[in-house]
Design a protein around this ligand. Structure first.
Ligand SMILES: O=C1C[C@@](O)(C(=O)O)C[C@@H](O)[C@@H]1O
Length: 471
């Protein structure tokens, strides 16, 4: 635990939580050793639920002993369960404490979706124990379950910590400073509470010290969402241009319910990823003509003047222009102005007919290519584009097309960008095709999104360098 405290300090933590219930100790003096030599201010916590190895009574006695010791030693914060805080013995100790602040926590698990009424009742009960800070720990099934939590954080008059556990709860921490949460939890990596962001990401990617109630929220609405490099690109770009925004991964199951729930002006813009690009069209109040023709949106902006959701597609131009640039370079016509696209007249073979596939098919067709949704009809001068998720991490050993079949292609493009060098691209390069990585599409679509999100020019060199450094 001491080594972890040192690590937290190096990584920039302001405060550490020492979960004494996770420690094996035979005598309270061992806990003293840890608490007495602090390198960082600490929350000393002893939670009952994770320490039910011995009998409940024995467990509660140890808990009371540890918490009382921490109070005697004047640590900055002591955290306990609501049921411990309301024990008459503990009530007395709480009322006679000196400098230590008391955090009382309640764990809400199951019992239907949280509502502001339910949360308000729990907070009032916790407050009645004489606590200084209330903490709600909630298991959420859907990202939309967090809406009443954010509402509570915004309107609650007492210091409140909200921690939603599970991968759908991640934004409860990332958006904590926006809605006025008392503190934010970050992990040191490794085995920790699921859905907890790492301390390193909080400091380096999200830079929460810049987030305040005026910060506009942007996010990637997708499932899966963890693979995306969007946060490491958009957040630094916002900071770089002094734009007050935060960009977070939003693991969304039901896209309609998501937009119905988060309808406030704070939620200013969204990237849309798999599998929501097509269904998200119906969630928009207006759709840009290009996106309408494609039948998929990958960007949605809440128009500031009337709050309407406007859908766009930055995938089409980003992928097609990346392919055109590579073809021009291959043909040695780099920099020569031409009105004809090098894609014109070519056969464009497409794997994947989802949202990204639609964008590529539309773009290739509008440039005069003959588009074939994958088949085995080989001709010279063909372009192969993978717009499916085949080969994406964690399935990076897969490829949508056998190596032998790649020999027929002049150029192979992969919309997958994690990993950067997919099996498809490696094998295409081995058989002599020109390859265009999905990283190029990712950068270009994000540049388009940045312009739509902020209304300003994207810092292209900065963003390009950022993404390339990550691979
Ligand atoms: O295809 C992509 C990539 C993306 O899903 C991401 O991984 O960040 C974001 C989407 O908006 C974009 O269209």
């Amino acid at each position: 635990m001491q080594a972890s405290i040192e690590q937290a300090k190096v990584e920039g933590a302001d405060l550490v939580e020492l979960c004494i219930d996770s420690m094996e100790f035979s005598h309270i003096s061992e806990v003293d050793k840890l608490i007495q030599h602090p390198t960082l201010p600490a929350i000393v916590s002893y939670r009952l639920k994770s320490s039910r190895k011995s009998s409940d009574e024995a467990c509660k006695n140890t808990c009371l002993q540890v918490l009382r010791r921490a109070l005697d030693l004047d640590v900055e914060f002591v955290e306990m369960d609501y049921e411990v805080a309301s024990d008459p013995l503990m009530s007395e100790i709480i009322y006679s404490r000196s400098n230590t602040k008391i955090i009382v926590s309640s764990y809400l698990n199951g019992g239907g979706k949280p509502t502001t009424e339910k949360l308000g009742d729990v907070i009032a009960c916790m407050q009645a124990t004489g606590a200084d800070v209330m903490k709600l720990e909630i298991a959420v099934d859907s990202i939309t379950d967090l809406a009443p939590v954010f509402e509570m954080l915004t309107h609650c008059q007492v210091p409140l910590i909200a921690l939603a556990v599970g991968s759908r709860g991640l934004i409860s921490q990332l958006l904590g400073p926006k809605f006025g949460g008392f503190l934010v939890y970050g992990s040191l990596g490794g085995k920790s509470v699921p859905g907890l962001p790492t301390l390193v990401s909080l400091k380096q990617v999200y830079q929460l010290e810049h987030i305040n109630p005026d910060t506009k929220i942007f996010g990637l609405v997708s499932n899966p969402v963890g693979h995306s490099k969007g946060p490491i690109l958009h957040n630094p770009a916002f900071r770089h241009t002094r734009f007050n925004g935060i960009y977070v991964p939003m693991l969304v199951d039901d896209v309609k319910e998501f937009f119905r729930t988060y309808s406030g002006t704070d939620f200013a813009g969204f990237s849309v990823g798999i599998p929501h690009k097509e269904p998200a069209v119906a969630c928009c109040d207006e759709v840009h003509p290009l996106a309408k023709s494609i039948g998929a949106v990958n960007t949605i902006i809440r128009r500031p003047i009337d709050g309407k959701l406007v859908g766009y597609n930055t995938d089409c131009e980003s992928a097609i222009s990346a392919i055109e640039d590579a073809l021009r370079e291959r043909q040695g016509i780099n920099g020569v102005a031409s009105h004809t696209s090098p894609i014109a007249g070519k056969i464009f073979v497409l794997v994947g007919a989802g949202g990204a596939g639609r964008a590529l098919a539309f773009g290739a067709k509008s440039r005069g290519a003959r588009v074939i949704i994958f088949n085995r009809n080989y001709e010279k001068g063909m372009i192969l584009a993978n717009a499916s998720a085949i080969g994406m991490e964690p399935n990076s050993d897969q490829s949508p097309v056998p190596k032998e079949a790649l020999k027929a292609y002049e150029l192979v493009f992969d919309a997958v960008y994690t990993p950067r060098n997919t099996r498809l691209l490696r094998e295409a390069a081995e058989v002599g095709a020109t390859v265009v990585s999905g990283v190029e599409m990712f950068i270009r679509q994000a540049l388009g999104q940045f312009r739509l999100f902020t209304g300003g020019l994207a810092p292209e060199d900065f963003m390009r360098k950022l993404v390339l450094e990550q691979f």
